[in-house]
Structures are given as structure tokens and as C-alpha cells.
Write a protein that binds this ligand. Structure first.
Ligand SMILES: Cc1cc2nc3c(=O)[nH]c(=O)nc-3n(C[C@H](O)[C@H](O)[C@H](O)COP(=O)(O)OP(=O)(O)OC[C@H]3O[C@@H](n4cnc5c(N)ncnc54)[C@H](O)[C@@H]3O)c2cc1C
Length: 475
């Protein structure tokens, strides 16, 4: 995701943009990417993301519909521990920033309903549609970087194609790591001598010290997901129970607080009309469903102030029954969520080559429970865009300014770090492996206390509703 959005930005500023990816030849089609573990997991997209994609590609809405996706108001009918949280559009106007400026709406800003493989294929087609004249693709991986004599920049990028051919890309202006969870940038920089090779990942969530030994902080949130996808549901959708009809979008979200339990689930109708996804997520000693027989008992097992509503359980039962009869198909995708990992480039920005940056999960892989990952990637691309716009004089000389990398990491790290800290505070209660000096009752206690009472207040108090919606869709 980061690579595609960043390539679109770079196409506005550079004559040649080269994407190196081991599976690029299949891009533009829907397929399961080998290096992206969450490919089949349910994805929700924050409303910021839709706003950004529309700015990158003005034909985004037309193309997403052609691709079988749906644009709709960004809401997740949230049941906090089983208690329905009021939805803001019924009660208040929302301000949002569009291409036309600040607009007022009585509805919510848009989100999109589209499974991850479809969206990624669509973004590739949009990229080629808008920028084919300057995009070059190489099916392969980056194997190394060659520094300039004075170690101030990267001069050459070494690439190995999937056919085994070695290529040197000389005189590169900018190198952007978008390798996601692989976070390859650190390895490239170490082997080129920019970072001491003794630098080790550090289990230090606070990242107090400013040395390279704190470069990467990691913790295991012990989170597990199972995404169950029901396909070809056809006319069954008309019979599925739901107040107001089983429409398009997020149908029901049961989000539990750690005070109550460690299992949650979300039911959503994705893409056009054919797909319903049930995503079950839990932490620590959770017992997620392993097969279709376990699903109903899992849905009953979630704990909160109230049990899930009867119609939701009925809808899941009907989907399972239809699958047993062979009328619809079902796929089961269990996943242990990879550990959270934050490469704190901003702490060593002075030693980085001035033409290196990293965007998306290659900087920080975070707890996915609030659906912020793809927006974080877009955010990085946006920062890059604004810095490039302000660099025109240096770009005219054919090179980026000497402080380019420092500027990028200084401007982007605050938001990434905020996300990292909030998610660590959420995770520390029951999931995160504690590191020395941390306590489950102390770390993030204020944030957890505040969010608990804000949610409870939003059961009845209208002003709190917007706050909770912001937490979920725009956090
Ligand atoms: C279970 C789960 C659920 C999630 N749900 C959501 C959600 O609901 N909403 C949301 O916004 N985010 C969600 N996320 C997070 C989101 O998927 C990621 O934040 C997002 O994919 C990050 O994009 P990226 O481009 O940085 O990395 P990726 O999408 O992982 O892309 C990395 C790319 O790098 C390529 N690559 C890897 N290694 C190399 C190499 N050595 N050389 C060249 N190329 C390489 C890969 O082929 C791939 O194309 C979820 C994550 C998980 C784990």
C-alpha cells in the first residue's frame, strides 16, 4: 500500500520512479501476496484514507465502483461491551476537509468497503493509469545500497531480479523503504555502513535513550485474528436479520473492554453484494474459532455489560447453515498478529543518508485493532509530498537538500510515535509482554480510564458520541 501511494506522489516530482517488488508482475490483479500476512484479513479504512485517495486520483470513486467496491459513510455500528453506542450523524453536523475546502455534512465522511487484495490491485491500476509515463517496475528485491564517498547519500541501489539477474541502479535521487513488516531499510543501511551493525532491537517501549541501540522497539501484543469470509451469498442477504435490513457495510461491532473480557468480533458486508466477513479477534489466552463448528460458541463467549444482540447471532447461524448446505462458500484465515515494531529513525536521522526515507509499516508496524495501518502509510506519503513541494530550488539543481531525510523523519515521527504510544497503552493491560519496570496498572492507565468513561458516556450523552466515532474512524 505505502509503495503504491508513495509512487503516485513521486510521479509528481521525479522523472523516473522505479518500483522494486518481488511480485510486481501480478500487481493489478487480485492475488494473495506472499509477504503480506494480513492479505486475507478484514480491513477497515479510516475516512482520512478515502479523502487522501480521492486527492491522489480524482477518478477514485468511479474506479472503486468498477472494481466492485463500495463508498459509504464511515461508521462501525459499535457495541461497547454489548451496549450500542449512538451514531453521530443522526445528532450532529460534522466538519470535514474535502478538495473543495471545509465542508459541513449531516452525514459522516466516507469510508470504503473493499477487501484488501482488491484495493491493492485497484491502486496499482490507478497508479499506472495516472503515471505510466514515469513508472518503471522491476520484479525483484533490493539487496544493498552503495554510499557516496563521504557517506552523505546513497549513490547506487543493488537489485536482484527474481530471475537472478543483478542490477545496479546508479545516481538515485531518493530511496524509499516501503517493505512493510520486513522493515528491510535497517538491514540495507547496516550493510552499507550507515548504521553500526551491532545495533540490536531493544524491548524498550519508552525509547528513552537516543542511541542506535534503541533504533527498533518491539513488543508482542499477543493478538490473534480469524477472518471468516462467506462468499457468493446471493439472495440469502435479503433474509439475514438486521434492524433496518442487512445493508452494505459494517453491520455490527462487538468491542470489549479489557475489564470485561478478551474477545471481540465484527460482522461486515464487503465489496459489492457477494461477501460477508466475520472477523474474530482476541488476545492472550483467547480461544478463537478453529472451524465452523466453533463459531457460534465463540460469538456467545464474548463478555461485556450485555451479550451480543440476538439478531446478530441469528445472522451468523444462517450464514453457517447456508454454508453447510453448500449454497455459499466459506474460507477461514487465522493469523497471529505480528509483533509491534517501531524503527525510530528520527533518533538517528543525523547519521542517515540524506536521500533515504521509510514509509508505512517499514517504519512502524502497529496493533491493527483500530484500522490505522493504511492511513499511516498515506500519512507518510503526504508528508513526503509537502516536503518535496518545499524543496523545489534544490530539486532544480538535480539533488535533494542535505537535510531531506532529517526533515522527513522530524516531521513524520510525532504522529507515528503518538499512535505507537496509544496502542501500547491499550495493549499493555492484558496482551503486551511487560518489559522491565512496566506495570499493567500504571502504563497507559489514564488513557484507558478516559476512553472507558467516554464510551460509557456515549451510551447516552450526544457530545461524547462524536468523540468515540473519532476514536474509531479517525484515530
Ligand atoms: C491482521 C491485520 C489486520 C489489519 N487490518 C487493518 C485495517 O483494518 N485497516 C488498516 O488500515 N490497516 C490494517 N492493517 C495494517 C495494514 O495492513 C498495514 O499497515 C499496511 O499493509 C501497511 O502497508 P505497507 O505498504 O507499509 O506494507 P505492506 O502492505 O505489508 O507491503 C509491503 C510490500 O513490500 C514488499 N516487500 C516485502 N519485502 C520486500 C523486499 N525484501 N524487497 C522488495 N519488496 C518487498 C511486499 O511484497 C509488499 O508489496 C492490518 C494488519 C494486520 C496484520
Amino acid at each position: 500500500m505505502a509503495g503504491l501511494m508513495t509512487a503516485r506522489i513521486c510521479a509528481d516530482h521525479f522523472q523516473n520512479v522505479v518500483i522494486v517488488d518481488p511480485e510486481i508482475k501480478k500487481a493489478g490483479r487480485e492475488f494473495a501476496k506472499k509477504r503480506v500476512a494480513q492479505y486475507d484479513s478484514l480491513h477497515a479504512y479510516l475516512t482520512f484514507m478515502v479523502d487522501g485517495l480521492r486527492r491522489l486520483w480524482p477518478n477514485f470513486d468511479t474506479m472503486i465502483k468498477e472494481a466492485g467496491g463500495v463508498v459509504c459513510p464511515g461508521t462501525l455500528p459499535l457495541h461497547f461491551g454489548g451496549i450500542p453506542i449512538l451514531t453521530p450523524q443522526l445528532y450532529s453536523t460534522t466538519m470535514f476537509k474535502s478538495t473543495a475546502g471545509l465542508e459541513k455534512t449531516c452525514s459522516l465522511p466516507d469510508t470504503i468497503l473493499i477487501r484488501r487484495p482488491k484495493l491493492e490491485a485497484l491502486l496499482y491500476r490507478l497508479l499506472i493509469g495516472s503515471s505510466a509515463n514515469c513508472i518503471q517496475t522491476i520484479q525483484g528485491t533490493v539487496t544493498g545500497l552503495v554510499p557516496s564517498d563521504n557517506m552523505s547519500t546513497i549513490q547506487t541501489v543493488n537489485v536482484r531480479t527474481t530471475e537472478g539477474e543483478e542490477k545496479d541502479m546508479k545516481n538515485v535521487s531518493l530511496v524509499i523503504d516501503c517493505t512493510g513488516a520486513a522493515q528491510r531499510g535497517t538491514r540495507w543501511l547496516k550493510s552499507a555502513g550507515f548504521i553500526p551493525s551491532s545495533t540490536k532491537p531493544s524491548p524498550n517501549i519508552k525509547g528513552r535513550a537516543g542511541t542506535t541501540s534503541d533504533l527498533r522497539v518491539i513488543y508482542d501484543h499477543k493478538l490473534y485474528y480469524v477472518t471468516v469470509t462467506f462468499d457468493n451469498i446471493g439472495d440469502l442477504v435479503q433474509d439475514l436479520p438486521s434492524p433496518g435490513g442487512f445493508g452494505q457495510g459494517f453491520i455490527y461491532t462487538y468491542y470489549t473492554h479489557y475489564k470485561w473480557g478478551n474477545n471481540s468480533f465484527i460482522l461486515a458486508r464487503m465489496d459489492d453484494t457477494r461477501i460477508v466477513q466475520l472477523c474474530c479477534g482476541g488476545w492472550a489466552n483467547t480461544h478463537l474459532p478453529k472451524n465452523s463448528e466453533d463459531i457460534i460458541s465463540y460469538v456467545h463467549s464474548v463478555k461485556g455489560a450485555q451479550p451480543p444482540q440476538v439478531w446478530v447471532i441469528k445472522a451468523v447461524e444462517m450464514l453457517l447453515e447456508s454454508e453447510r448446505r453448500g449454497d455459499i462458500t466459506m474460507t477461514f484465515k487465522p493469523l497471529k498478529i505480528p509483533a509491534a515494531s517501531f524503527v525510530q529513525y528520527h533518533k538517528i536521522a543525523q547519521s542517515l543518508p540524506s536521500n533515504f526515507i521509510a514509509i508505512g509499516d517499514s517504519v512502524a508496524q502497529i496493533n491493527p485493532v483500530f484500522g490505522q495501518g493504511c492511513t499511516k502509510a498515506l500519512y507518510g506519503a503526504t508528508i513526503l509530498n509537502s516536503i518535496l513541494h518545499n524543496c523545489v530550488p534544490a530539486a532544480e539543481l538535480g539533488r535533494l537538500p542535505e537535510n531531506f531525510s532529517t526533515l522527513y523523519f522530524e516531521r513524520s515521527h510525532g504522529t507515528v510515535e503518538d499512535l505507537w504510544r496509544v496502542l501500547a497503552a491499550v495493549s499493555v493491560t492484558s496482551t503486551k509482554a511487560l518489559v522491565k519496570g512496566e506495570s499493567r496498572t500504571r502504563e497507559g492507565a489514564v488513557a484507558r480510564w478516559y476512553s472507558y468513561y467516554a464510551y460509557r458516556a456515549a451510551e447516552t450523552v450526544r457530545r461524547s458520541i462524536v468523540f468515540c466515532q473519532d476514536l474509531l474512524m479517525q484515530a
